[in-house]
Design a binder for this molecule. Structure first.
Ligand code: GLU
Length: 453
């Protein structure tokens, strides 16, 4: 390609299903390449197969691209371009590069109908794939392939060639499964005298067991990841690494960095293995980019949506969401982690005073009597702190020496248990700070009352 020509890439999904992870990766590579070269990125909906295409899938594709912020500069629908294809079919017919063929199309009455076939010159076709290098196909096995059902019903190979030419596409970056379509498309391109675009066939996405990634491996639709609470920037980051690497150790990228570093020559030939574990690790890294307020709002939204889905009218407010954030954000990789905790009741103690079990609040071989003594000591010490002093370090230093002397488990376990009622929860000082003076004192007192009964 001449260097002075503006780069134009396209993402050309058929709206016959939702946009899966592989499709989003193809869109991303086209997007990154265009942005990096100050080019144009086109979305082209390939909906000539009327029976299988639907506008519902088209909107889902667009929604997924919006979610990932893969902004395109132009959008086309093949179903609205039939006149253009017709013009080129006529040229091919006129130049004797194609012909109308009457044939049996099967069906009940074994009807004969017309199709338009491309006159295959039966030659070897070679092209220089930007990822795979020189690729040669002998097209004589392909026969005179069909390019249209009729003059008004063009088929895939023809529409792709015509659109790529009409839209000025310079780089065709698409999934590896299309590599065998390339020789047919090149034959049509050559017959029409078009300039050939550059091709880059990107590697398959495989499941961890190296089979082709499919539904049975879990979520494949891009919007499923939105619904699980992944951050779009994290998904973009991970998709970029499916087949591409920057040649350095860096794994966490902003979209801007991806635009800067992306290069087709760093795309591998072999299949790329999809791992949700890695995706969630990357998501966790991106969560750190959220402000405390964004994090709080997302947590609040998630928890309230979960309540609603469970048929409950409960809602948490901002301050409760802040508590969850302050106690749990380190443990969140993906927002859907919250779902499980919420389902298991692991968050309830934040919103409501816990039900304390008398047996469980007593540390190992300690006794009820000494547990009461410890809790009374804690209550007295914390009572001396004002609301504004009620911070992690102050709370800790008020109790630490005592706990050291009497045994940390002996003292801190009942303290923590009084606050959370959970065998596992954040440490008692964090809990006390997050709950604040009143709730902390109330819960410690409640535990003492229970133990004295
Ligand atoms: N419409 C084709 C598909 O969804 C893509 C065609 C192309 O990228 O050339 O697989």
């Amino acid at each position: 390609m001449e260097n002075n020509k503006q780069v134009v890439t396209r993402f050309a999904p058929s709206p016959t299903g939702s946009l899966h992870i592989g499709g989003s990766r193809t869109a991303l590579f086209n997007y990154l390449y265009a942005r990096k070269h100050n080019g144009r990125f086109i979305l082209r909906i390939e909906d000539t197969d009327k029976a299988r295409s639907s506008t519902a899938f088209e909107s889902e594709i667009i929604k997924a691209m919006e979610w990932l912020s893969l902004k395109y500069d132009e959008m086309y629908r093949q179903s609205e371009r039939e006149e253009i294809y017709k013009k080129y079919i006529e040229i091919l017919l006129k130049n004797d590069n194609a012909y109308i063929s009457k044939e049996d199309t099967g069906g009940d009455e074994n009807k004969r109908s017309e199709v338009i076939r491309f006159k295959n010159p039966n030659e070897k076709v070679t092209f220089d794939d930007l990822i795979r290098g020189e690729v040669t196909f002998d097209t004589s096995d392909l026969g005179d392939f069909i390019i249209a059902r009729s003059i008004d019903e063009p088929l895939y190979h023809l529409t792709v060639v015509v659109d790529d030419k009409e839209m000025g596409v310079t780089h065709v970056i698409r999934a590896e499964e299309h590599i065998s379509n390339t020789p047919r498309q090149l034959l049509i391109i050559r017959a029409l005298g078009f300039e050939e675009p550059k091709y880059a066939h990107i590697p398959l996405i495989l499941a961890p067991d190296k089979s082709k990634l499919s539904k049975r491996h879990g979520a494949v639709s891009t919007l499923d990841y939105r619904d699980k609470g992944y951050l779009p920037d994290a998904v973009i980051n991970y998709l970029a690494l499916l087949g591409w690497n920057p040649g350095t150790e860096q794994e966490i990228f902003s979209k801007q960095e991806l635009i800067e570093f992306f290069s087709i020559s760093q795309v591998q030939k072999g299949g790329a293995i999809f791992s949700e574990e890695k995706l969630s690790w990357i998501n966790k890294a991106h969560l750190k980019n959220l402000s405390k307020i964004e994090l709080r709002d997302q947590i609040q939204k998630r928890i309230n949506a979960n309540y609603k889905a469970l048929g409950k009218t409960t809602e948490i407010d901002e301050s409760q969401a802040e508590m969850v954030r302050d106690l749990f954000s380190e443990r969140i990789s993906v927002f859907c982690d919250i779902d499980e905790w919420q389902k298991n009741g692991e968050l309830d103690f934040i919103f409501n005073d816990p039900n304390i079990s008398k047996e469980e609040i007593v540390w190992k071989d300690s006794t009820i009597e000494s547990t009461i003594l410890h809790l009374n000591f804690i209550e007295e010490k914390l009572n001396n702190l004002s609301e504004s002093e009620f911070k992690y370090e102050r709370i800790k230093s008020a109790i630490w020496e005592y706990a050291d002397e009497k045994g940390r488990g002996e003292v801190l376990w009942p303290f923590r248990f009084a606050l959370s009622g959970q065998k596992k929860s954040p440490d008692p000082f964090s809990l006390a700070e997050v709950f604040g003076r009143d709730t902390t004192l109330k819960r410690v007192k409640n535990a003492v009352i229970l133990l004295t009964k």
